[in-house]
Design a binder for this molecule. Structure first.
Ligand code: ADP
Ligand code: MG
Length: 724
């Protein structure tokens, strides 16, 4: 079937699409976490002592002894088998954004040939998936070619169902045999530890006596597009690159804003309900869903959880979005910019830190003492973003996100912090010395009545900021929709750890001098905001004025592409940050630079090859066919003494020829291999290759609006974006 025929056929079929019938939804209490071996199920299945040991491990991460591990493994196996499970798999998160699994049967055969099931503590705790084909930077070269997985008991095991059966999934870390992190989970756990240690110091100095371990929390809002599978299947760019590499702007885009929070199409609603039932079974607290700004774009936001669990759940959520969409006849696009000229997709990572004794430290609180704790932690975040803005930019660098950041609908590639008017004023008052006087000798008021009744005002939210305070948490909005949340969480926890260490040292010194506690806090914050207040910005982050001001007056960095951002991972200050906090050794950090830059280069090269292929084998033939039709018609007109209008024929000839010559240039450019460094190679991809891809596209898109509609081989924007 030729391309254009399949497109027309797709349109025909789609008009008759019906929502898929799904099993009638079950009540939430029936399905909630029914496929998760969580604390409650362990309590039911284990002896008192075994449960006590495992609970301690879950809550504090202390290793499990072998005997208890055997008991837990046996209980886990029994529970899983009772639910029809035959396989188990350690699931882990390599340095790419993917999720990796290796499945094993519970089955072994004994000496008399009978099959029995086996699952011991050591199988639970440690697996050896090898996985030697995962990119791991140079770590594998210098060590042995094996990677190990180890159960992360802080993230519960769960069952995944497919048509062919069920598998017990065991969330795991992935490391080299010498213990280097090869994944995104180990540094996340370490960053949490580093943050906890530093936070304990600050809270002790603040006179807190009972301080439970601190944990970071994350609630991630996920944006995505749905495209009918019929269209997607006829577009190799969507299937292989996750975004359209060609496509003229539609007559109706998002200008009317009628999609945002509008009625959800029925097919999509059925999909969402089915998807959310799956999330509930896995104990993922899906909370809100709605239409997003662009047509065909939607959002799902689960309730926040401990960062480590939230991060595992986020990976699972992305995988389930894709598989469920497929079952409903959609392709789910997680790409940051699937359609040029239409709003892209991000992932807002809501982040806070707290514990069971002091609560959420990013909540302003309602007593002067809580206010002080809050101001210290909030100040620590401000310092972190200022000190490590370029690192935060590197943590969200990907070829997809390059298209979205700075695109005047998404946060700019300049990292600044939005505090809201009220809180910004408090910090500016501290800076200007307006909060130093103790009032009437009593408890220092600090003028903090300003924030005592701090309310989150939805109207007060600055959507143009990449990093915003939203009442009791920070929201990192520049994260890409396809990215793992681990990288941003690791970076935020680590920069916070560094800032809290800095604060602890300064605060300790002030208190040693005999300065009163509240005054000591204000002194430290004054120094902090003097040095780092430049990163606080409440204005329009999209405006060109800000771009100028940020760089020229504030000394902030604008880092437009991944090629510019990733080299930051090699900065001495960044190496020192990760080394001193114990989050990543220099070798581990370097391996990350290597893996991420390789991924970047590869994804641009794949796109470039697709551009060449689609232009040559789909677009050019369509253009030339139509040109022949027109040319023939024109010559018939001439035979009949009608003067033909050759302008369209000529435009098509010109654009098709120009496109093919751009394709040739791109093919030539792809042959270059002699780069003196990876940085140079990345820059070449970001600028030369992408520039030439755009050149090919501009001619192709010009052809799209000239060639007869029924002869055009690729589904058009207006067809894909409006779901029926
Ligand atoms: P909005 O679209 O207004 O930003 P949503 O309700 O869609 O808000 O998403 C907000 C996200 O922030 C949710 O995942 C929510 O659970 C999460 N969140 C709320 N409070 C906290 C907190 N203290 N720490 C981390 N995440 C939080
Ligand atoms: Mg949000």
């Amino acid at each position: 079937m030729s391309g254009n025929k399949s497109r027309v056929q797709a349109i025909y079929e789609i008009t008759n699409r019906k929502p898929m019938t799904v099993n009638s939804p079950q009540s939430l209490d029936k399905i909630w976490a029914c496929d998760v071996f969580n604390i409650a199920k362990m309590e039911d299945a284990l002896s008192k002592n075994a449960f006590k040991a495992v609970k301690k491990t879950v809550q504090t991460g202390t290793p499990l002894d072998k005997a208890t591990a055997d008991i837990v493994a046996a209980a886990m196996k029994e529970w899983a088998i009772s639910k029809g499970v035959k396989f188990f798999s350690h699931i882990f998160y390599p340095m790419t954004n993917v999720t990796a699994e290796k499945h094993d049967g519970f089955i072994i055969t004994n000496s008399d040939g009978r099959a029995i099931t086996e699952f011991t503590g050591s199988l639970l705790i440690k697996g050896e998936p090898d996985g030697s084909s995962f990119p791991n930077g140079s770590i594998r070269m210098t060590n042995a070619a094996r990677g190990y997985t180890a159960w992360d008991p802080t993230s519960p095991a769960y069952i995944m169902h497919t048509d062919n059966g069920a598998t017990l999934m065991i969330p795991s870390v992935f490391m080299s045999w010498t213990g280097e992190a090869l994944d995104k989970k180990i540094p996340l756990l370490r960053s949490n530890d580093a943050m906890n240690k530093a936070a304990q110091k600050v809270l002790s100095l603040m006179g807190e006596t009972k301080i439970a371990p601190l944990n970071s929390s994350c609630g991630a809002e996920q944006e995505y597009f749905l495209v009918d599978a019929n269209f997607a299947n006829a577009r190799p760019d969507l299937l292989l690159a996750g975004r359209t590499l060609f496509g003229a702007a539609p007559a109706k885009g998002q200008e009317f804003d009628d999609h945002y929070f509008g009625a959800i199409p029925e097919r999509v609603q059925v999909f969402m309900q089915d998807f959310e039932d799956k999330l509930y079974r896995l104990g993922i607290p899906a909370k809100t869903h709605h239409n997003e700004v662009a047509p065909g774009q939607f959002e799902i936001a689960p309730y926040f959880e401990a960062a480590n669990v939230a991060s595992d759940h986020q990976q699972l959520l992305m995988a389930l979005l894709k598989s469920t969409a497929k079952a409903h006849g959609f392709l789910c696009l997680l790409h940051e910019k699937p359609f040029a000229g239409i709003n892209g997709s991000g992932k807002h990572v809501n982040w806070s830190v707290g514990n069971s004794t002091q609560g959420n430290l990013l909540d302003p609180g309602s007593t002067p003492h809580d206010n002080l704790n809050f101001l210290l932690f909030c100040g620590a975040v401000i310092r972190g973003v200022h000190q490590f803005g370029p690192l935060l930019r590197a943590a969200i660098a990907s070829s997809g996100n390059d298209h979205r950041l700075c695109a005047n609908e998404a946060p700019p590639a300049i990292l600044s912090v939005y505090l809201g008017d009220q809180l910004e004023k408090v910090f500016m008052d501290i800076k200007e010395g307006n909060l130093t006087k103790s009032q009437e000798g009593g408890v220092m008021d600090l003028g903090l009545s300003q924030i005592l009744n701090f309310k989150r005002d939805p109207g007060d939210r600055n959507r143009t900021s990449p990093f915003a305070f939203t009442g009791n948490r920070f929201e990192f909005r520049a994260v890409g929709s396809a990215q793992s949340v681990s990288g941003p969480l690791i970076t935020m926890n680590t920069m916070l750890a560094d800032s809290l260490e800095w604060i602890a040292a300064k605060l300790g010194a002030e208190l040693d001098k005999g300065v009163d506690q509240a005054e000591a806090v204000i002194n430290v914050l004054k120094e902090l905001i003097n040095e780092h207040g430049n990163v606080v910005f409440g204005g329009d982050g999209y405006s060109s004025d800000w771009h100028l001001m940020a760089i020229e007056e504030r000394g902030l960095k604008n880092i437009p592409t991944t090629a510019d951002a990733l080299p930051v991972l090699r900065d001495e200050s960044v190496k020192a940050l990760f080394k001193n906090t114990g989050v990543l050794s220099p070798v581990e950090l370097e391996s990350r630079y290597e893996v991420y830059s390789e991924q970047y280069i590869l994804s641009i090269e794949v796109e470039a090859k697709l551009v060449i292929d689609i232009a040559k084998t789909k677009i050019y033939p369509a253009a030339i066919n139509y040109f022949s039709n027109l040319a023939e018609a024109c010559s018939k007109m001439t035979e009949m003494n009608v003067e033909p209008d050759n302008s369209i024929t000529k435009t098509i000839a010109d654009e098709a020829t120009a496109m093919i010559s751009a394709v040739k240039k791109l093919s030539e450019a792809m042959k270059k291999h002699d780069f003196s460094s990876t940085d140079e190679h990345m820059q070449y991809c970001a600028n030369d290759i992408r520039g030439l891809m755009d050149e090919v596209r501009s001619h192709a898109d010009a052809l799209e609006v000239e060639v007869a509609d029924e002869q055009w081989p690729l589904a058009k924007y207006h067809e894909m974006l409006f779901i029926k």
